[in-house]
Design a binder for this molecule. Structure first.
Ligand code: SF4
Length: 68
């Protein structure tokens, strides 16, 4: 799974960093950045999906799978 983060949509709630701290970090104003290249390890799938679903601003986007 691969995700991206649309920082123009992020409203700075910080929920994503609680669910998947290895994938998101917050700047001084509370807005999120993606850590790494957006590729999600299988073991982290649930936490990242929770972050995606709980993001109030829908700023976390799942990319279409490259192969399936
Ligand atoms: S949960 Fe969504 S709105 Fe909140 S900091 Fe993360 S990306 Fe931004």
């Amino acid at each position: 799974m691969k995700i991206r983060l649309d920082r123009t949509m992020c409203d700075g709630f910080g929920t994503c960093t609680k669910h998947a701290p290895g994938y998101f970090s917050l700047d001084d104003w509370g807005y999120a950045s993606l850590e790494g290249d957006g590729v999600v390890d299988a073991v982290d799938h649930d936490g990242v999906m929770r972050a995606l679903l709980d993001c109030p601003a829908h700023a976390i986007i799942r990319m279409p799978d490259a192969e399936s």
